[in-house]
Design a protein around this ligand. Structure first.
Ligand code: FMN
Length: 357
């Protein structure tokens, strides 16, 4: 199992770096959100503040570096660079699925390095929902303990597992398994998708069992069906490859998923899946998310250095400030209440789904 997991994680990084693995037809639908231009903004660009609050902690920027790796040697330096950047920026950072580290002690340092950088970084642990179903709540406890996590993300990835060679499709009992984790852990639990989004019905159920945040990871960014389809093709598993092809564009676009959750439940929302610019972040906060989440754009910089990550994010935060300046918002609270217009399929989605907008 260890070797298999190892090479899968390595494939993911390689394919993300070598191929275009974004959704091709479906987008985030953020292009159907217009923020209203304010030609007389009563604000100086320099006074714009972008601090944000999430899960009871104050962060300097409304962005989470989403969990990507750990469990293989090259994960060590990626996670080290990500954690150093997160420390410098005072933003949360996630590790990738911790299963490999739970079963193989020699791989633990590839996750633990994040905590070793500093006790003050807000680190989000990561475990798969199907693993919880099979292996129980102790798995979640071990994941938190391994990195002294400040929160635990449980990833739900039914389509990825379906297309993945040797994927695990035993989801029955998943809600109960998550509930047990919420009851047992002393840190908040986040439930996250990986690119198919989360609808309001699921949001309500998760709120009812005490989940503290939902990370939508909607469609429009990194496409895990495509990545697994490529892996299936490479390993000659034609049935999986063909299945992947049919469901390549499956999923709730990020903008729609944020509205599904933010208009229905009180728990905090992370807007992720295809967030690529500061303008994207401005739009998702205006749609009701507390934080944005970004994964793949940070992978290449993370292979390089902390400085490369900081350079990339400097540009993103400048764009966010620019969007706030142009809408006359001095801080994130004002941005959340700024005027916006929804058009096209996004508006139609909201109408048919009865979402309050
Ligand atoms: C190389 C890579 C590895 C990832 N591994 C994990 C993982 O182990 N666990 C998880 O919950 N999500 C994982 N993700 C998914 C991301 O956290 C995120 O939800 C998804 O890629 C959508 O965001 P993006 O469009 O900004 O990449 C990974 C993403 C990338 C790019």
């Amino acid at each position: 199992m260890g070797e298999e997991l190892h090479s899968r994680k390595r494939d993911h990084i390689r394919i993300c770096l070598e191929k275009d693995v974004e959704f091709k037809k479906k987008t985030t639908w953020l292009e159907y959100v217009e923020l209203i231009h304010n030609p007389l903004p009563e604000v100086d660009f320099e006074e714009i503040r972008i601090e944000a609050e999430f899960l009871g902690r104050r962060f300097d920027y409304p962005l989470i570096i989403e969990g990507m790796t750990g469990g293989l040697p090259e994960g060590y330096s990626i996670n080290k660079n990500l954690a150093e950047a997160a420390l410098e920026l005072n933003i949360p950072v996630g590790v990738g699925s911790q299963r490999a580290g739970i079963y193989n002690e020699s791989l633990r340092s590839t996750y633990r390095i994040m905590r070793d950088i500093s006790p003050s970084i807000f680190i989000i642990g990561n475990i798969g929902a199907t693993q919880l179903v099979r292996e129980g709540v102790e798995l979640a406890e071990k994941a938190v303990e391994m990195i002294e996590a400040d929160a635990l993300a449980i990833h739900v990835n039914s389509l990825q597992e379906l297309v993945q060679p040797k994927g695990t499709t035993t989801f029955k009992g998943v809600m109960k398994a998550i509930e047990k984790v919420v009851e047992r852990l002393s840190v908040p639990v986040i439930v996250k998708e990986v690119g198919c989004g989360i609808p309001k019905e699921t949001g309500r159920s998760l709120e009812a069992i005490g989940v503290k945040a939902i990370d939508v990871a909607g469609a429009g960014g990194t496409n895990w069906t495509l990545i697994e389809k490529i892996r299936a093709e490479e390993s000659g598993e034609m049935e999986k490859k063909l299945l992947g092809e049919i469901f390549l564009e499956w999923g709730i676009p990020t903008a729609a998923s944020i509205l599904e959750i933010s208009s229905t439940v009180e728990i905090e929302v992370v807007g992720s899946g295809g967030i690529r610019t500061g303008l994207d972040i401005a739009k998702i906060l205006a749609l009701g998310a507390e934080m944005a989440g970004m994964a793949k754009p940070l992978l290449r910089p993370a292979l390089e250095s902390k400085e490369a990550i900081l350079d990339y994010l400097k540009k993103v935060f400048l764009e966010l400030r620019a969007a706030m300046y142009l809408t006359g918002c001095r801080n994130i609270d004002e941005l959340k209440n700024t005027g916006k217009i929804l058009v096209g399929p996004l508006l139609e989605w909201c109408r048919q789904r009865g979402l309050r907008i």
